[in-house]
Design a binder for this molecule. Structure first.
Ligand code: PMP
Ligand code: GLN
Length: 380
């Protein structure tokens, strides 16, 4: 085992899904929807397989897809990005890997804001960098700007942002993003902005991209994922967007990680991105319905559910629910005794600063959610 590079273990999502399969538990752990999949995209993928090329696309992605991504951001977010600034990748995971391998040099420090997605730390370490952690403050998961500034040292080169945040669904507000912009400009830091949950904001807030902050426009790599926008997590079509010099550096890494990603699915995502705003509104409405159903059921059963603006997740505050605040123990008991898989939020911390929350995925049909609530209520 000593010969293996870190990390040599399996992610919490994979472990929880395997455990759910073994025990027959309802899987509200790993974030994937169990709702009708967009028929427009399925039909487009079938047509592309039959009628278009199944050979290598251009290394940076089909021009048609890159144009569709640019048009989508112009229409949905009023964000201007050029085709030349986009690199299509095998999911957001590969966009993150390409960006971090391009930006992090041995000895660099990179700031991570916890709770944060589990891929960032190993990728930074793989590039020879060292993560430095700043914690969001519950229950609203706000960012203390002085804590962020205090984490910067002479070795700091960049910051990874994730708004909307997985696991807690919090957004960085406009003032905070502006302040981060001013700080990054002053200290000459780059930003990797993981915005994969941008299409899942359910409380009416607008998505704010780091690329829309003038001070960050030329120092940011924005990461997106069709898997999240269209609820097709297995498609693994993602992208990185940055000013041309940065985009070139990301593409240089991408070419030796995967080089390209599935051509027919690129065509299908390009067609999907041309769907009107009304389609996205209706798609979100289906998710808002599922979220309201799970939150109502959990609340009626006596669980304290924290507010969340976005993602497919809600979190339960264990102490406020009258439960022992040890999220891993609770998650284990829930899967073994109640038959419901969840994700302990401490898995999103390097040093488990918070142990008082578990995350549940609500992107399921009504029957699944009702049965999960019934099991959780009986468990209490
Ligand atoms: N970043 C975050 C914050 C995520 O939640 C996920 C998916 N769970 C990813 C990146 C990876 O996205 P993809 O499946 O497109 O690789
Ligand atoms: N992003 C999904 C989640 O947070 C799953 C990611 C994964 O399985 N690696 O649950």
């Amino acid at each position: 085992a000593q010969r293996l590079a870190r990390p040599a273990s399996t992610t919490v999502f994979e472990r929880m899904s395997a455990l759910a399969r073994e025990t027959g538990a309802i899987n509200l752990g790993q974030g994937f929807p169990d709702l009708p999949e967009p028929p427009e995209l399925i039909a487009a993928a079938q047509a592309a397989l039959a009628e278009r090329s199944n050979q290598y696309p251009p290394m940076r992605g089909l021009a048609e897809l890159r144009r569709a991504i640019a048009a989508y951001y112009a229409a949905e977010q009023g964000l201007a990005v050029a085709e030349e600034e986009i690199v299509v990748t095998s999911g957001a995971t590969e966009a993150l890997a390409s960006a971090l391998l391009a930006l992090v040099r041995p000895g660099d420090e990179v700031i991570l804001i916890q709770p944060c997605y589990d891929a960032y730390q190993p990728l930074i370490e793989r590039a020879g960098g060292t993560p430095r952690f700043v914690n969001l403050t519950p229950p609203h998961w706000t960012l203390d700007q002085s804590a962020l500034a205090a984490a910067i040292t002479p070795a700091t080169r960049g910051v990874v942002l994730n708004s909307p945040n997985n696991p807690v669904g919090a957004l960085l507000d406009a003032a905070t993003l502006e302040a981060i912009g001013a700080l990054c400009e002053r200290r000459d830091l780059w930003v990797v902005s993981d915005e994969v949950w941008e299409g899942t904001i359910l409380d009416g807030s607008a998505h704010r991209s780091a690329l829309a902050v003038p001070a960050l426009r030329d120092r940011t790599v924005k990461v997106g994922s069709a898997g999240k926008i269209f609820s097709l997590t297995g498609w693994k079509i993602g992208w990185a967007i940055a000013a041309p010099p940065l985009a070139g550096a990301v593409a240089a890494r991408h070419q030796f990680l995967t080089f390209t990603t599935a051509t027919p699915l690129q065509w299908a995502v390009a067609e999907g991105l041309a769907l009107p705003s009304a389609w996205h509104r209706e798609h979100r409405a289906r998710y808002a319905h599922a979220k309201a159903r799970l939150v109502r059921g959990l609340t009626e059963a006596g669980f304290a559910v924290l507010p969340a603006s976005a993602t497919w997740f809600v979190t339960i505050d264990l102490a406020a629910s009258g439960l022992a605040a040890d999220d891993e123990a609770v998650a284990r008991t829930l899967i073994e005794t109640a038959g419901v898989a969840s994700i302990p939020v401490s898995a999103f911390y390097a040093e488990a600063a918070e142990r008082g929350y578990v995350r549940l995925c609500f992107a399921k049909d009504d029957g699944t959610l009702d049965e999960a609530v019934r099991r959780l209520a009986a468990f209490r």
